[in-house]
Structures are given as C-alpha cells and as structure tokens.
Design a protein around this ligand. Structure first.
Ligand code: MLT
Length: 263
C-alpha cells in the first residue's frame, strides 16, 4: 500500500497482527527480500516492510540518502501507521539505518534485530572500496557497478545451488537509479560509528548472520551480539549476505522464535 510521509510516497507491505515488527532491507534491494519470510512471520507478528526512499516502488528524490535521513523516514512511516513502539530489524544498510533510528528515537524501540550488518563506521579499507564504487557508478553507470556487486550478496553455495536467486536480486537492483546508488554509497561512507550505542541498548535483540557472509562475516555478528546486553546470535548455514532469500526457512524460524520468546 502507499503511505505518505515527509512529503514523499512510500510503498509498504503491512500484514498480520500482534507485536509490530518493522524490517528494513539492505542496499540495493527492496522490501521483496522479506517475501519468503512473510507467511511464517505474519503468524506471530504484524510485519511491516517498507521500500526505503529510493528503492522498489517508493519515491526516489534527488537527495536525502544519509543513514539518519533514512531513519527519519522510518519513524515518520511508523507515525503514519500508528506504530508507537515496534521491534526494528535491519538487513545490512537497513541495519545501519536501524542503528541511526536507535540514536535519534530510542524510545520507539521494543526490540532489535540486526541481520548481516555491523555497528561500526567504514574502516579505511571499506571507505576506499566505497570511493571506488562511487567512481564506477559515476563514470561507467550503475548497471556496470551492479554487475560486479550483486553476486557478493549471495554465498558461493547459493549461487551454485540456486542461480535464479542471483537473477532475482539483480532485477530488484536494476530498479534503483544511479543517483540513489551513489547517494546511498555516500550516506554509508559518512555514517557515524554506532558501536557505543550497543552496550546501552537494553532491549531483547537478535543478531543473525549467514555462515558464509563475506561482506559482514560471522565474527562481526558475534562481536555485535556480545556487545548487546540481551542478544542471541543465529548463524544460518549455507547463507551468505542475504539469508532471507538464500535460506528462508531457518531464517524465518530464528526471527519467529525471537518474537515468540520476547513479545
Ligand atoms: C548492503 O548490503 O546493504 C551493503 O552492502 C552494505 C554496505 O555496503 O556496507
């Protein structure tokens, strides 16, 4: 359905009942990455999954792609949907956005789910990779950049086992215009370190990671879970950076189990 917030129109899937769970997709994807989890999760929760600004069917303004701005979109969407407190989950860039929401609107948070993401800012090495990505997007175009980047979203075993998933993610990414790809890369490059928020985040938390994630590996997830006062860790075998599409059954079980245990 369409939801108006901050002068823009967003596409949001909103199904089920119970404790609200807001899940934010990563870059350069859309709310479609949660589709494989929807049947299981809507049995235990009200599952709300927006297309973030610039992605899927949501508006794609010229700017506003900083992580805090994306987090402000999410609080405005929650206001528009009447969600005062919610469990918030974020996948990769969606996790960066979730942690910015924690920084600006901590009182809205009933629980936190971090999926294949990290709390710290870019290392010097990650920042130089991102600067190179920006140069590719600007000089060669987004399609060239995405051809190289999208395969990294899946584990090698997923790419062998289910090559259609690569085509599906590439098709989702194809809907993202170059100015959004570049804007988000700049937004991620400029994001602050959120690590200091973790020890004070005294809400139930789940940290989930694909066992074969090369972008945010299990060691990063383990350290994130250890820094959170009330976290459990779930490592999904056979999945890479995008467990919701690579291994939907164990991923849905981990998320649904977390909701059932705490809410
Ligand atoms: C994502 O999957 O959202 C991005 O790869 C995260 C990043 O580039 O840091």
């Amino acid at each position: 359905m369409r939801v108006a917030a901050r002068g823009f129109s967003f596409e949001v899937e909103d199904h089920g009942s119970g404790a609200p769970l807001l899940l934010l997709h990563g870059f350069p994807l859309s709310s479609a990455i949660w589709d494989p989890l929807r049947p299981a999760l809507t049995e235990v929760t009200r599952l709300v999954t927006p297309d973030l600004r610039g992605f899927g069917e949501s508006d794609k303004p010229a700017d506003g792609y900083g992580m805090t701005e994306l987090a402000e979109d999410v609080t405005a969407l929650a206001d528009a949907l009447g969600l005062e407190r919610f469990i918030l989950g974020g996948h990769s860039m969606g996790g960066y956005v979730a942690l910015r929401l924690v920084a600006v609107a901590r009182e809205r948070l009933a629980g936190l789910i971090l999926i294949d993401t990290r709390a710290d800012a870019d290392t010097a090495e990650a920042a130089s990779r991102r600067t190179a990505a920006l140069a590719t997007i600007e000089h060669d175009g987004g399609a060239r950049y995405l051809d190289g980047f999208v395969p990294n979203l899946l584990s090698p075993s997923t790419r062998d086992r289910a090559p259609r998933l690569l085509a599906e993610l590439r098709a989702i990414a194809a809907a993202v215009p170059d100015h959004v790809l570049a804007g988000c890369q700049r937004g991620m490059l400029g994001r602050p370190d959120s690590s200091e928020l973790l020890p004070r985040l005294d809400v139930p938390a789940l940290v989930l990671v694909g066992a074969e994630d090369a972008i945010t590996p299990p060691d990063v997830a383990r350290a994130t879970a250890a820094a959170l006062p009330q976290a459990t860790l779930a490592v999904i075998p056979g999945a890479g950076h995008t467990p919701s599409v690579e291994r939907p059954i164990p991923t849905a079980e981990a998320l649904a189990g977390f909701v059932r245990r705490h809410f």
